[in-house]
Design a protein around this ligand. Sequence first.
Ligand code: ZN
Length: 1078
Amino acid sequence: MLRAVSCSPSLSSASLFFRFFRQFPRSYLSLSSSSAALRASGRSIRRTSSPSVAGRRILLRRGLRTPSAAGRGVNQQFSSLSVRAVATQPAQSYPGQDEAEKLGFEKVSEEFISECKSKAILFKHKKTGCEVMSVSNEDENKVFGIVFRTPPKDSTGIPHILEHSVLCGSRKYPLKEPFVELLKGSLHTFLNAFTYPDRTCYPVASTNTKDFYNLVDVYLDAVFFPKCVDDVHTFQQEGWHYELNDPSEDISYKGVVFNEMKGVYSQPDNILGRIAQQALSPENTYGVDSGGDPKDIPKLTFEEFKEFHRKFYHPSNARIWFYGDDDPVHRLRVLSEYLDMFEASPSRDSSKIETQKLFSKPIRLVEKYPAGRDGDLKKKHMLCVNWLLSEKALDLETQLALGFLDHLMLGTPASPLRKILLESGLGEALVSSGMSDELLQPQFSVGMKGVSEDNVQKVEELIMNTLKKLSEEGFDNDAVEASMNTIEFSLRENNTGSFPRGLSLMLQSIAKWIYDMDPFEPLKYTEPLKALKTRIAEEGSKAVFSPLIEQFILNNSHRVTIEMQPDPEKATQEEVEEKSILEKVKAGMTEEDLAELARATEELRLKQETPDPPEALRCVPSLNLGDIPKEPTYVPTEIGDINGVKVLRHDLFTNDIIYAEVVFDMGSLKHELLPLVPLFCQSLLEMGTKDLTFVQLNQLIGRKTGGISVYPLTSSVRGKDEPCSKIIVRGKSMAGRAEDLFNLMNCLLQEVQFTDQQRFKQFVSQSRARMENRLRGSGHGIAAARMDAMLNIAGWMSEQMGGLSYLEFLNTLEKKVDEDWEGISSSLEEIRRSLLARNGCIVNMTADGKSLTTVEKSVEKFLDLLPENPSGGLVTWDGRLPLRNEAIVIPTQVNYVGKAGNIYSTGYELDGSAYVISKHISNTWLWDRVRVSGGAYGGFCDFDSHSGVFSFLSYRDPNLLKTLDIYDGTGDFLRGLDVDQETLTKAIIGTIGDVDSYQLPDAKGYSSLMRHLLGVTDEERQRKREEILTTSLKDFKDFAGAIDAVRDNGVTVAVASAEDIDAANNARSNFFEVKKAL
Ligand SMILES: [Zn+2]
């Protein structure tokens, strides 16, 4: 498996531009950059950083495998930031007007939006009042979304459970989960659903028009005519139910959302975010949790659930978005079929979001969160200060200015508020910090975690004093220039990664539209940005920003200060409380009741495990193999050299931006230095040189480039013992600034001094906080890394730099920094010397041909300055963790369970069918057993074709041993499988959809580099594609033998609660070696 451990905040801070412009879930921006690229290397991706989306306010139907990484790629529609007049056309006729009228729509307004080169028309469906934004342009990545305003009145999680449930079968598609059928067999570039605190979004995207309209129809039918309102089983499965397998056993709660939310409520950062939102708006719908509090979810009744759908899932309360290069009239035709079936309803008025009146004085809250017993709990407090900024909606220019202010204060490591807080040493890392305007009223939060009990008050004072100081003194000009360039670069690049651009625009637009404001306005930032820039130039930045800090923050009494205290009893206490409720429930039941409950449990389980009949499956529209291109997408790649260094050039249109990667080999690095590598990378970016402080260096990067990052990357290489282990320096700039880009890369690599002990200490504590968070929130990633580390060398290397071993290393490092800083500093130097060399270096560049030629001189100069060879001889990597079954204990209410083995060791030889088969196992066997009937939020498998490791993983899983049994049954599942041609075709098309995932130009260039590093040729890709396209049932049966190897010789790693691990070890005589982690 290919791993990019992203240790550099710099690139993510480059994408940490305006929160205003990134209404899409925050975690999309923080994920490692290479996922899209990795997928293109022909395998599914295991995500090491799971979406923390759920942690913030937005919940996804499918937490795993969400698109990642905005922050890459380039938008082809966006040619210039120069100001163009926004052509608002007179409300006369437009193409297709007659037909639109005939279909029952009237035009409300129409604009040409130069920022995204789109013509947008806002329609109203005359009969129901449903509003439709129809955005037309040349983007082939078409997007559809339907959004309902769904404000909850309590924390039973109705909107969230409904969001899951409507995709479980509908009038036209009466099968268990049409959603999963689409996952299996469509070419979607996006497919998911989101629950916000006040709205629910159902977006899909595809580049294939036929596929796109298939997706649209399934989604429309799902939201308006779902089966779940007539079928209590879906409510029980997705929401909650009592489970009783045998009247003699205890009753337990089951349900996908129930366990998903238990996971959310096991993460301190998430708990804090929820408390903050609720405390800031106690009087409106934001005062409750739309996702559902596990304590309240079991209070929800089926009647309330049905009523909620009836009330809010109505065209009168819907806003619909279409975007892309498809026929705008066809959009209305499809919609009218659905909308015409409804009469107008008052639901739009009843879903209105009330405003929270501003407080007259600040409040303070103290709350507890579940903590482990290990470590110094006194140092694990959290403190966060939150403001609701205004009662009224802000105008666009003020919002832009606040977004700008946010970037200035917190956006980069050099930003003063961030810097001062971290340098104070009062806490380990920042928590939930920044402006947010995705809800009705904007808010601002800033805080720290890992704070000592006695320092809690000091953190609050420091935040207030720093804000005061910033308002009095303003920001320095270089910082303002750096922020301005970063923001403008991001706008110009408009890189949403693998997240469709049209969806990003939809989420921006809907953030106003949902409150009955102008849906066009959020898309048109050019004028207000220009006005803001002019004001800064004319009046100075202080005149612009100081009043904002004063008005919205310092003089704003709507302030909520929250202290979170660690409580080692809380997790157990919650379990005990849940148990006692369930015991009472059982005690109140007669024998007949219990027998009935056991029968109902069995009935539900049987229903879940019975496959849909073929005729039901057939009704979900899908493509046929003829619709699929026979060849993979080729990326133009020219391999040459500059001064003896290999250079890959990709001539692609990038809107005048150059993307560059410089790759160094880790082949001369001493083993014991490996865990220091991530901190070495961070030091390069954040330590400063002899002449430049790190703040100056950071500002220089912000002013001259679009961002630079440095991170390690390791992977097995198929057929080789030696892993691929590299350090990648990645940067981007306008082509005209390529010289600056390479000069700065050189400066980082060669001139940065490892002398700042205090900063290094901060890096250590931030990294530790990040790893602890990952352990709680993405335990499946930690488990996967651990198993890989037992099974292959690349996995071991990666785990040393980003797994539990890394966390253990960090725990001892802090003391070492105090005791032997000289030693660490010289180790960092040694890492530099063993990496930096022309020999073994590779340069990868993506831009248009002309820019590629002009940039050559700068590359040459950069390479000339590198030493010829690395210091130290070649080392042989051979580390592995001992093979054993391991259970990692953390304070959690739900588990992460993994099992993995190397199937190449059984003699299995790679065939393209393996991708089809593993996707099918994930989407059928594991989805049905681990998620649907097991009640986990996720269950999937992953096959790493480079190493041969096949792994099973579950996510927020109430079970442990039971899940392992399901994994072990996979071979038999395959042997007993009987799939017809249609099912097979769907599986094949879905796999091709993954392989051909949509990529922006920078991602194309990056994937090509990855394939080069891992020795994947275009001939091999073509061969694998043919194997995928010709996958047969026999391939599935043959694969069973390979999978049995995982059952028989695989290793198991679980990240779980102490109680569940004890129970497992009792049931299966000490199956697990127990390891404490938190
Ligand atoms: Zn969910």
